[in-house]
Design a protein around this ligand. Structure first.
Ligand SMILES: [Ca+2]
Length: 200
């Protein structure tokens, strides 16, 4: 005999996050997302000097969001003012088509200024892999979380922070990519709580 869950008491409520349930253990796809290494590697940088853009990148130890170091990027010439003309990037990100991911990081700017966060193929022809989003930084450290769905299965993803729009300084720390927890809906029943897991 099948045990019934009882009478529904109300509408389904979305519970987020769903950590702790089987199958939702998150893993991190970024190596040294906290910029704690002695060198910037495995992070790489890109400045399109052909159009006059100029910037320097360094590990910052006096103004960090977590740990002992953060990334500091000083844009001294924005050139054509195009975001991706100056960028800091992390290659070899593995993704699975249809899986949703959370990109989390801490960032601030010397002023209110836009940056763009994207995930694309790390070699030509730079196909976008499902993420390209602009975020406006403020002079305070702010935690940002973006969720996107991978458009392909690949092991050559490049996570990029594109900062070439304006002259100024950008600080970055605590970068993570994790699998987005499965959306879980719960409904209160008269004799318990039913957990409804939505499958993609
Ligand atoms: Ca750090």
């Amino acid at each position: 005999m099948v045990r019934r869950a009882g009478l529904r008491l109300g509408p389904a409520l979305r519970r987020c996050p769903a950590r702790g349930l089987a199958g939702t253990v998150a893993s991190d796809h970024v190596s040294d997302g906290g910029f704690e290494n002695a060198a910037l590697a495995p992070w790489t940088t890109w400045v399109n000097t052909d159009v006059g853009a100029a910037a320097t990148f360094q590990l910052e130890s006096s103004d960090v969001a977590d740990g002992q170091q953060a990334l500091r990027a000083d844009v001294s010439n924005a050139g054509q003012g195009v975001d991706w003309h100056i960028a800091v990037q992390h290659r070899d990100i593995s993704i699975v088509q249809g899986q949703s991911y959370d990109v989390m990081f801490m960032a601030k700017g010397s002023a209110s200024q836009p940056i763009s966060i994207g995930l694309q193929k790390q070699v030509a022809n730079w196909d976008n892999y499902g993420l390209w989003q602009q975020v406006t930084l403020t002079p305070q450290w702010t935690k940002v979380q973006l969720t996107f769905e991978a458009s392909v299965t690949a092991v050559d993803g490049e996570l990029g922070f594109s900062i070439g729009v304006v002259v100024g300084t950008v600080w970055l720390d605590g970068v993570q990519i994790t699998e987005h927890p499965a959306d879980v809906f719960t409904r209160a029943f008269t004799n318990g709580l039913a957990v409804l897991k939505r499958h993609a």
